[in-house]
Design a protein around this ligand. Structure first.
Ligand SMILES: *[C@@H]1O[C@H](CO)[C@@H](O)[C@H](O)[C@H]1NC(C)=O
Ligand SMILES: *[C@@H]1O[C@H](CO)[C@@H](O)[C@H](O)[C@H]1NC(C)=O
Ligand SMILES: *[C@@H]1O[C@H](CO)[C@@H](O)[C@H](O)[C@H]1NC(C)=O
Ligand SMILES: *[C@@H]1O[C@H](CO)[C@@H](O)[C@H](O)[C@H]1NC(C)=O
Ligand SMILES: *[C@@H]1O[C@H](CO)[C@@H](O)[C@H](O)[C@H]1NC(C)=O
Ligand SMILES: *[C@@H]1O[C@H](CO)[C@@H](O)[C@H](O)[C@H]1NC(C)=O
Length: 443
């Protein structure tokens, strides 16, 4: 009896010590001098996000789609015969944009970058953002994902990456449209020349400098959360605005680890991409250092906490079980499958999820193609309503003018009440996902 009491006391003391230490550590983390989590400046809303292939860009696009919906912004979307991309791999043209999604605040669907065309289309205070991924893991991902879609990869015996890299020019036919997935894909998406000789280092240098002039932030997939922190500061967004659930991830079984010599060969084959990556990874870290690595680490920590809370709220207190497309009951939530050999993971929502949070959860895990369609539908509806509202006063104004009279908010002002429409859950549940609201981080 005595003995039992003693050990209970000991356990209690040990717990007390652990709690105190972790409390102190947490307190210390919040007392660094860091920028506030809630900027007082209005949020910036005019954005071009150049979506690159296999770089976690779908997750970034999902963040932008949700932000646009929540704030009634206009997202330029592809017209129907372009699919869910802007007639990729053609150079972007404003003719590829659905006319009822004009004038836009944001644009984020796949395209081949054309600076002139975008500058004509977008407001003059638009911020340009893109994302790059480490070339070796990116190429492995492209090779697997497009193994059936790109002739360059289809011709390779046994779908062997080793075989391709042993003699790329044997399989790669630059004149084929689908060759874009097989050589310097990032450079191509950015509007550059994917087939420029690897010995032409000046080209890579000049191109990187051009990209740097246009894009205020080049995110890096390997440091996605850190990149998001920079994004949040650049745009004066809140932590809530960048919370996400990871999308479009392959099943473990369809990932291959690279044998020792391969990364070098991949970099040599994609030398312009490799140059861009090293260049912009270096500048990312310069920016992170300028913000203060401690502050960045702290924000990343808070972001991951908010993310875990969101994920748990959506999936009944647990982390979600990733499912293959065929197992997902809600067909809106089934991700696109590039081939029968590549399992893209998706999520199903539990049936008993509360209505207050359902919309936010659904949108956070909705695959790109479905979300693009839904966003287009809601913008078409809004467009039609705005026409109906305007018809009485404006019946003598030419069609062309009426089409572009949707309000364009260049900024979201913080003193406005939150939207009271279908995006309600995002605002009513807001405080649940932000630790330390009220800027606890500033002290
Ligand atoms: C880019 O867009 C501009 C303006 O629309 C156009 O004149 C130009 O030809 C385009 N560039 C390419 C390479 O297609
Ligand atoms: C941007 O456009 C607005 C109106 O659309 C105009 O008032 C402003 O002067 C322009 N700014 C620049 C830098 O061109
Ligand atoms: C393809 O794979 C099979 C079985 O792994 C092997 O026997 C064959 O030699 C491979 N063919 C080539 C061209 O690599
Ligand atoms: C990115 O740059 C940082 C800082 O220079 C470096 O430590 C890191 O290894 C680089 N990451 C990759 C994947 O190259
Ligand atoms: C939903 O059901 C699961 C198991 O069936 C349960 O663990 C979870 O707590 C339930 N969630 C709600 C919000 O009722
Ligand atoms: C969003 O748009 C709808 C429909 O035009 C409007 O009723 C609502 O007030 C708008 N909300 C905000 C925050 O602008």
């Amino acid at each position: 009896m005595m003995l039992q009491k003693m050990s209970q006391k000991k356990i209690f003391l040990v717990l007390l010590v652990i709690c105190t230490i972790s409390f102190l550590l947490t307190m210390e983390a919040f007392h660094l001098r860091c920028p506030t989590l809630h900027s007082l400046k209005p949020k910036h809303t005019n954005i071009v996000f150049l979506k690159t292939h296999k770089t976690a860009s779908s997750t970034m696009q999902n963040i932008l789609f949700r932000f646009a919906e929540r704030n009634n912004l206009t997202m330029a979307l592809p017209k129907l015969n372009c699919g869910h991309q802007f007639c990729y791999p053609q150079f972007f043209s404003s003719h590829f944009v659905h006319p009822h999604t004009l004038p836009p605040n944001m644009i984020s669907s796949h395209m081949r970058f054309n600076k002139t065309a975008l500058q004509c289309l977008m407001p003059n205070d638009t911020i340009y953002i893109t994302i790059l991924r480490e070339p070796a893991s990116m190429f492995e991902s492209l090779f697997t994902y497009y193994s059936r879609h790109s002739g360059s990869f289809r011709r390779v015996p046994n779908s062997s990456l080793e075989a391709f890299l042993a003699n790329p020019l044997h399989y790669y036919h630059p004149e084929e449209a689908d060759s874009v997935y097989a050589h310097n894909t990032l450079t191509f998406d950015l509007g550059g020349n994917k087939d420029r000789s690897a010995t032409d280092v000046t080209y890579a240098q000049t191109f990187a400098a051009e990209v740097e002039k246009v894009f205020s932030l080049v995110m890096i997939s390997e440091y996605f959360d850190e990149s998001l922190v920079l994004l949040r500061h650049l745009l004066s967004w809140d932590l809530d605005d960048i919370v996400y659930i990871k999308l479009n991830v392959r099943t473990e079984s369809s990932k291959k680890s690279l044998s020792p010599g391969l990364p070098g060969k991949i970099r040599a084959w994609n030398s312009i991409d490799a140059y861009l990556y090293d260049y912009f990874n270096a500048s990312l870290w310069v920016k992170l250092s300028a913000l203060g690595l401690d502050c960045v680490a702290k924000e990343v920590y808070l972001l991951r906490q908010a993310q875990e809370r969101l994920t748990k709220s959506c999936f009944g207190g647990q982390m979600p079980v990733p499912r293959s497309a065929s197992e997902i009951k809600n067909k809106d939530l089934r991700p696109w499958q590039p081939s029968e050999k590549v399992g893209i993971i998706g999520y199903d929502l539990p049936l008993n999820i509360s209505n207050a949070i359902k919309e936010l959860c659904l949108k956070s895990i909705m695959p790109e193609v479905t979300y693009t369609q839904k966003l287009l539908q809601s913008q078409l509806l809004r467009h039609r309503r705005s026409l109906q509202n305007r018809t009485p006063q404006m019946s003598n104004i030419p069609q062309q003018t009426k089409r572009t009279t949707l309000p364009r908010h260049s900024q979201v002002h913080r003193n406005q009440p939150p939207p009271s429409n279908a995006q309600g859950p995002a605002s009513t549940t807001k405080s649940k996902f932000t630790p330390n609201q009220g800027g606890g981080i500033t002290k």
